[in-house]
Design a protein around this ligand. Structure first.
Ligand code: SF4
Length: 359
């Protein structure tokens, strides 16, 4: 990182927050680089194996919890948040209550946020450079081992709820986070205080009991992990509780009382594409690989891959009310070349046939 002259850092910090808002971020805050307790929390979470197949969580030694080891010279982290709930989206509980529809986590309905947010962070850095000249920085949006929630909490953007998601008192939890690591000795904001109190609604509602205790998430049971990160077979005992969730899960956030303060996204790129906010499972299951690739271009849903997409929808179809339409959609995929897809389709067909004969 390069050296720089001595600007008025307090004035610069308030300029940075204003510029961040002008660039479409809902809020920005500044933290130092000390994350001692969070480092311990991460280590014990990894030791318990709660990260499942997400080996990358364990791969980087202490760099995840030590920003100045990831990017030498870092003194401060500017954390930003951007609201993602698209206005006019089909109501989440309605979709979850319609077993013939597929539920996609609300953050994933529109264009992938990574590039958009990184570009905005880059613009923020350019504004800073325009004001003070060259300085050291690096922008991150899920692109490196970064303890983003702990940093954002220390920057005053919210507290980490019992479901392990960041919550903001004025804006709930439907937002993305990004970071600008910098060598500028900016004044540090006051960390946010916690306001979960005695509430445990997120723990109780989790369909797969993945929140094994306050602030402790067993990712191996989490539907977000099962439908996105896990590449192989979904454990059978977790398939029925997945219901119609085919990409991610929002239950712990939907139930959180603080989300009555959630703000709509102002970014048009986050608007739902291809009616994915409530599309029918049978229709989605009928997509060819070419259709999947074309329709999910530039979207986070791509991450699950076509095989994962069919696997997830097969599970949801197995949980759907029995119908000729569902049965024939599953039968059409019974000989799919992928063993993973075939196995989940076979499971779903057994469920469908059992439900039909019980009806
Ligand atoms: S549902 Fe309750 S316990 Fe869970 S994060 Fe929200 S306030 Fe905290």
């Amino acid at each position: 990182m390069s050296t720089h002259s001595q600007p008025d850092y307090a004035a610069l910090a308030s300029d940075i927050k204003r510029w961040a808002r002008e660039l479409g971020f809902a809020e920005a805050g500044i933290s130092g680089v000390t994350l001692g307790q969070d480092e311990q929390h991460l280590q014990s979470w990894l030791k318990d194996g709660y990260h499942g197949e997400m080996e990358y969580m364990a791969r980087h030694g202490n760099r995840r919890s030590r920003p100045d080891e990831l990017e030498p010279g870092t003194q401060r982290v500017i954390s930003v948040r951007m609201d993602y709930m698209p206005p006019g989206t089909q109501h989440a509980w309605d979709v979850l209550g319609d077993a013939e529809a597929g539920y996609v986590a609300r953050y994933a309905l529109g264009r992938d946020y990574h590039k958009l947010m990184r570009n905005r962070l880059q613009k923020l850095a350019e504004r800073i450079r325009g004001s003070i000249g060259d300085f050291g920085y690096r922008a991150y949006v899920d692109s490196a081992p970064v303890l983003e929630k702990a940093l954002a909490r220390n920057a005053g953007l919210g507290w980490i709820g019992k479901h392990t998601v960041l919550i903001n008192r004025q804006a709930g939890s439907y937002f993305f986070l990004g970071e600008l690591y910098t060598n500028l000795p900016l004044p540090i904001d006051v960390a946010a205080s916690a306001h979960c109190g005695t509430c445990r609604k997120c723990i109780d509602i989790c369909p797969t009991q993945a929140i094994v205790g306050p602030y402790r998430l067993d990712a191996r049971r989490c539907i977000s992990y099962l439908t996105i990160e896990l590449k192989g077979s979904i454990p059978e005992e977790l398939r029925a509780p997945m219901g119609n969730r085919i990409f991610g899960c929002d239950d712990c956030q939907l139930i959180c009382p603080w989300n009555k303060f959630a703000q709509d996204a102002t970014e048009p790129d986050f608007a739902p594409r291809h009616s994915l906010d409530g599309a029918k499972l049978v229709e989605l299951f009928g997509w060819s690989e070419a259709e999947f690739l074309q329709r999910t271009e530039g979207m986070a849903i791509r991450r699950t891959g076509y095989e994962g997409w069919l696997r997830n929808i097969a599970v949801a179809l197995g949980n759907a009310p029995p119908s000729v339409e569902v049965l024939s959609a599953l039968q059409a995929r019974a000989d799919h070349p992928s063993e993973i897809v075939r196995e989940h389709v076979a499971w779903a067909l057994t469920r469908q046939q059992a439900a039909a004969s019980a009806a």
